[in-house]
Design a protein around this ligand. Structure first.
Ligand code: UDP
Length: 479
């Protein structure tokens, strides 16, 4: 019997685990569920042990039909001045690296049927136009953020002054308004390079042949409908939308720290542990770290805590280099904390196997920075959250999770400071593990877990949405 020809798809994320993880997962799904061949292009970063571990841990473990190619590394010393913030650094790295994209794509043995990029690789539009390869964008954040971002070019033309100084929340056509204090950090200073890069890439999203959304119909029904039906989004020619999520990590190779975390969880009672982790790069100030430690200790609840070294200047200080667990060097926690909480808590210094921990039956709640991947991973496992937003669009996610979806509690920041005090932390940890509010959030999270898994099943909304696109790719092959 003749094998039907398999479309060859190239997947290209910008660096950082928040982008690499979902695009890699999409690549795996295309190969294992939808009979595609995929070449995954990796943009190397200076030092990202977690990214290297994910992509190069064991090439023999990749499913047949999926291969990873590292794009040539570039010397950024001449183009990056000083220590720019994370998005600027990332965009410059991508811009320089993608100078070689055309030659990489042209050298591929089998011409790609399509290229799938994330938000910050839009240089690919011009390159692929020359090569006649359609480009799809995989939007790795919430659909509400996409709706806001598609509105951004208009806001940029019409609003004078800073968006954060607007007297009212920003009204997004057909969606929930966004409070100015919840706006994505990159748009809070319009003179900054961060803003210019964000606007540049996001204003080019309509050039895509289609947009994959990392969400599912039941999680964000209002925003999805708005993008499909609201006249504003029609007027700006929003490309066809394909909600295909939650596309999240399913398994991961375990480091010795990971093995230790899971063995420890095995010994804890069901639904008893709060997992504390602030994304791939999140860090808090020294003062906040101390309060967090005291709050956890006072709550007398069990915990696993990814407690990175504090940074007083940067909330994502570890973005490009998390993943190096340094044993025995956690000197920044309050004196005696590790001894006093021994047996009740487990502290790791940089990276824990988040998905495996969230899936473990002993895990009851997740204190998270509300990055979109972490959010999806938590909901897909039915785990309610304590929302601790730090950077990017996380405040907006936290508000949506707490006020609309009803799966998170948001600790209050002490008036006049930017710190959440130990009593407040103690309270939210207890509420999420013991209280009635916690029970309600857990029920809602479990409903969403069921609806996420239904969406991903054969015939479910997300499965079918991805299958539709693959059918279009295959149809083009046959003609
Ligand atoms: N992650 C992990 N272990 C950690 C911290 C993070 O496995 O100790 C993973 C997490 O599972 C998620 C990703 O890193 O897949 C973080 O992505 P997210 O979008 O939540 O946040 P970002 O890091 O992009 O801010």
């Amino acid at each position: 019997q003749l094998q039907p020809m398999k479309p060859h798809i190239v997947v290209l994320p910008s660096p950082g685990m928040g982008h690499v993880v979902p695009l890699f997962q999409l690549a795996e799904r295309l190969v294992t569920h939808h009979a595609c061949h995929v070449t995954f292009l990796n943009i190397p970063t200076e030092a990202s042990p977690a990214q290297t571990q994910l992509l190069h841990h064991s090439p023999n473990n990749l499913p047949p039909g999926l291969r990873v190619i590292d794009l040539p590394t570039v010397d950024l010393s001449a183009t990056i001045n000083g220590d720019p913030p994370v998005l600027t650094r990332l965009c410059i790295n991508v811009q320089q690296t993608l100078l070689s994209l055309k030659s990489t794509l042209s050298q591929l043995h089998n011409k790609p049927r399509a290229l799938v990029i994330d938000l910050f690789c839009t240089q690919a539009f011009e390159v692929c136009k020359e090569l006649s390869i359609p480009v799809y964008t995989f939007f790795t954040a919430s659909t509400l953020l996409l709706a806001f971002s598609l509105l951004l070019p208009q806001l940029d033309r019409e609003v004078t002054g800073e968006f954060v100084d607007l007297p009212e929340p920003v009204s997004v056509p057909g969606c929930s308004p966004i409070r100015t204090e919840d706006l994505i950090l990159q748009v809070t200073d319009r003179k900054s390079d961060e803003y210019k890069w964000y606007l540049h890439h996001l204003s080019r999203v309509p050039l895509a042949a289609g947009i994959f959304l990392n969400t599912w119909e039941n999680l964000e029904p209002v925003s999805i409908r708005a993008l499909r039906e609201h006249p504003f989004y029609q007027k700006i020619s929003t490309p066809p939308l394909y909600p295909i999520g939650p596309i999240i990590k399913e398994t991961e190779p375990l480091t010795p720290t990971g093995v230790e975390c899971l063995a420890w969880l095995d010994k804890q009672p069901l639904d008893s542990v709060v997992f504390v982790a602030l994304g791939s790069g999140g860090t808090v100030s020294a003062e906040q770290l101390t309060e967090l430690a005291w709050g956890l200790e006072l709550s007398q609840q069990r915990f696993i805590w990814v407690a990175r070294a504090p940074s007083d200047v940067n909330a994502c200080a570890a973005f490009f280099n998390a993943g190096d667990d340094v044993y025995g060097s956690i000197s920044y926690l309050p004196q005696g904390f590790l001894e006093r909480t021994r047996g009740v808590g487990l502290v790791v210094s940089s990276w824990a196997p988040q998905v495996a921990i969230l899936r473990h039956p002993s895990t009851a709640a997740f204190l998270s920075h509300c990055g979109w991947n972490s959010t999806l991973e938590s909901l897909a496992q039915g785990v309610p959250m304590i929302a601790w937003p730090l950077y990017a669009e996380q405040r907006q996610n936290a508000t949506m999770l707490a006020e609309e979806i009803g799966v998170a509690v948001k600790p209050a920041v002490e008036a006049g400071t930017r710190v959440v005090g130990r009593e407040e932390i103690e309270k939210v940890v207890r509420v999420s593990l013991e209280g009635e509010e916690g029970k309600g959030m857990r029920l809602r999270a479990r409903e969403l877990k069921a609806s996420a898994s239904k969406a991903l099943e054969f015939g479910g909304s997300s499965y079918s949405s991805l299958a539709d696109v693959v059918e279009q790719w295959k149809a083009k092959l046959e003609t």
